[in-house]
Design a protein around this ligand. Structure first.
Ligand code: NAD
Length: 260
């Protein structure tokens, strides 16, 4: 028996990048990942990939900012598997601009995906976790849950906010054997980061190489990007914890960029 045999995990934003790696690793350890993503074609492709490797997986179309879609996606998972053991609230975007130029619509869009998405998926899953007296909730934070950078006002605000949400879920969930924690990665070379490199170079008036070396990886201990594998290790550690000893915590996975 593997660590996650029989466990069902909803992972939002799992059609790409960090979420996809978490789903892959969870499936490799016997679990059933539900790939909940805005991009249903990519979610279906990821589910097919995992099934081809002999695992079980399920793709659901879900815009995490849409209350009805979140409720429906969670209901579909319950109809198919009867339970949700783990929620990894991971879907996210990035928009970089100085505050003075930040369009209000972009501020609201970013906060909505990161914070409304975390709230709506948490609320929908908690009901079922409480009924089963078991649940593990993991939020995808960032070093920007602890630290600030120029050009990222709504992202830093949202990622700090997730730590507050996790602490409340940890307190309310405890009596139902539900824990909540936050994983806080440094820069990981996913599409979300690839897009930022030229954008930051333009905003800061430097080359793309300088963005990588002097902005993104400047404070790491080894000049290395964090990998999707590094992040999946931490997520699965929280997902597999057997007691409430680890709850309300945030763990930074950043090659030493941020030290607590
Ligand atoms: P990514 O762009 O590779 O993947 C994000 C996924 O989220 C995509 O599949 C996209 O379709 C999905 N998504 C976007 N909006 C959605 C919505 N409204 N509803 C449902 N799905 C939606 O990005 P990534 O780098 O893998 O980022 C995943 C998470 O990790 C984000 O929360 C991000 O903030 C966080 N993070 C990333 C880094 C990094 O360096 N890449 C560092 C720290 C934290």
């Amino acid at each position: 028996m593997s660590r996650f045999t029989g466990r069902v995990a909803i992972i939002t934003g799992a059609a790409s990048g960090i979420g996809k790696e978490i789903a892959l690793r969870f499936a490799a350890e016997g679990g059933t990942p539900v790939i909940a993503d805005l991009n249903i074609d990519a979610a279906n492709a990821a589910a097919d990939e995992f099934k081809a490797d002999g695992g079980e997986a399920f793709a659901v179309a879900m815009n995490v900012t849409d209350e009805a879609e979140v409720e429906k996606g969670v209901a579909d998972v319950i109809a198919k598997y009867g339970k949700i053991d783990i929620l990894v609230s991971n879907a996210g975007i990035q928009i970089v601009k100085p505050i003075v130029d930040f369009p209000f619509a972009d501020w609201k869009k970013l906060l909505s995906i990161h914070l409304d998405g975390a709230f709506l998926t948490t609320r929908a899953c908690l009901k079922h976790m409480y009924a089963a007296n078991y649940g593990r909730v993991i939020y995808m934070g960032s070093v920007h849950s602890k630290e600030a950078s120029k050009l990222k006002a709504p992202y830093v605000t949202a990622k700090h906010g997730l730590i507050g949400l996790a602490k409340v879920v940890a307190k309310e969930g405890a009596e139902h054997n539900v824990s909540a924690n936050v994983v806080c990665p440094g820069f990981v070379r996913t599409p979300l980061v690839e897009k930022q490199i030229p954008e930051q170079a333009k905003e800061l008036g430097i080359t793309e190489e300088q963005v990588i070396k002097n902005v993104m990886l400047k404070d790491t201990v080894d000049g290395e990007f964090t990998t999707t594998d590094d992040v999946a290790d931490a997520v699965l550690y929280f997902a597999g914890s057997r007691t409430n000893a680890l709850t309300g915590q945030s763990l930074v996975v950043s090659h030493g960029w941020f030290m607590q």
